[in-house]
Write a protein that binds this ligand. Structure first.
Ligand code: HXC
Length: 259
């Protein structure tokens, strides 16, 4: 793994890759360097056959307080267009293996959007989610008006985007933005446990499953259903389908090959 300055990367024995955003003095503000390192590390772990699932986390105070405002302050529209910094968020979404955002503390602006670009969000009790861009004279730019609206519905997304309403972990859970909440103490440990369970599952099916659920976010229903069905039929060409069904019939544990 390359030497990174803004993230810490750990390859764990249980097929889980853990990436910690590591700019604590700036509340993990997502500058270009950090985002470039993050997508690079995710890409390396995605290509690593010893890894089955990734977890992205911050620290107890901040998952990430958004894109780095100091870096953007004097940018022109043309600077933004040419640097196309938001394409880095798209690259998180394009990772093929499951990616879990373990959010403690604030996930604001681009930080909330980064968490939403992951496949699921697991929150600590102290997690807070918000899209405060309106306070800066801009709007969310990396999916905040789109993914958030699909996740929590129009009324709440409007209040968050128009009037900087933040959600507590409990509210985020109630409105469907996060899948679980754990106490601050157990949050990372429990998220890693869930990640290791996912990492042990049939790899080709996992890849198809992730793609199919994401299709529900991005495609009209009829197209999503067609995609799901083709993926389901395709999986009958894999050794893992034969193994999984045979293991069930013979009352034994399946051994996945990822082919
Ligand atoms: C750059 C940031 C930052 C950010 C915090 N810091 N957020 N620097 N960009 N997004 C820095 C502060 O300047 C400060 O540095 C240090 O982190 C600690 O922050 P404080 O404000 O002193 O801490 P606190 O009072 O605890 O408040 C924490 C906070 C607040 C609530 C998170 O910092 C805040 O509101 N941050 C901005 C949140 C935001 O507006 N995010 C949206 C960004 S725009 P110094 O050097 O002064 O100690 C965006 C668009 C995305 O995300 C579009 C896609 C690219």
């Amino acid at each position: 793994m390359a030497d990174y300055e803004n993230i810490l990367v750990e390859k764990r024995d249980d097929r889980v890759g853990l990436i910690r955003l590591n700019r604590p003095k700036a509340m993990n503000a997502l500058n270009g360097a950090l985002m470039t390192e993050l997508v690079d590390a995710l890409g390396v772990l995605d290509a690593d056959p010893e890894i089955g699932c990734m977890v992205v986390t911050g620290n107890e105070r901040a998952f990430a307080a958004g894109a780095d405002i100091k870096e953007m302050e004097t940018s022109t529209a043309v600077d933004m267009l040419y640097s196309d910094r938001i394409s880095l968020w798209d690259r998180v979404r394009d990772i093929k293996k499951p990616v879990i955002a373990a959010v403690a503390g604030v996930a604001l602006g681009g930080g909330c959007e980064l968490a939403m670009a992951c496949d699921m969000i697991i929150a600590a009790e102290n997690a807070r989610f918000g899209q405060p861009e309106i306070n800066l004279g801009v709007i969310p730019g990396a999916g905040g008006t789109q993914r958030l609206t699909r996740a929590v519905g129009k009324a709440l997304a409007m209040e968050m985007v128009l009037n900087n309403r933040w959600l507590s972990a409990e509210e985020a859970y109630r409105f469907g933005l996060v899948s679980r909440i754990f106490s601050n103490e157990l949050h990372l440990e429990e998220t890693l446990r869930i990640a290791s369970e996912i990492a042990a599952r049939a790899p080709v099916a996992l890849r198809m499953a992730k793609e199919a659920v994401n299709a529900a976010f991005e495609l009209p229903l009829a197209e999503g259903l067609r995609f799901e069905r083709r993926a389901f039929y395709f999986l009958f060409s894999t050794d893992d389908q034969k193994e999984g069904m045979n293991a069930f019939v013979n009352k034994r544990e399946a051994k996945w090959q990822g082919k």
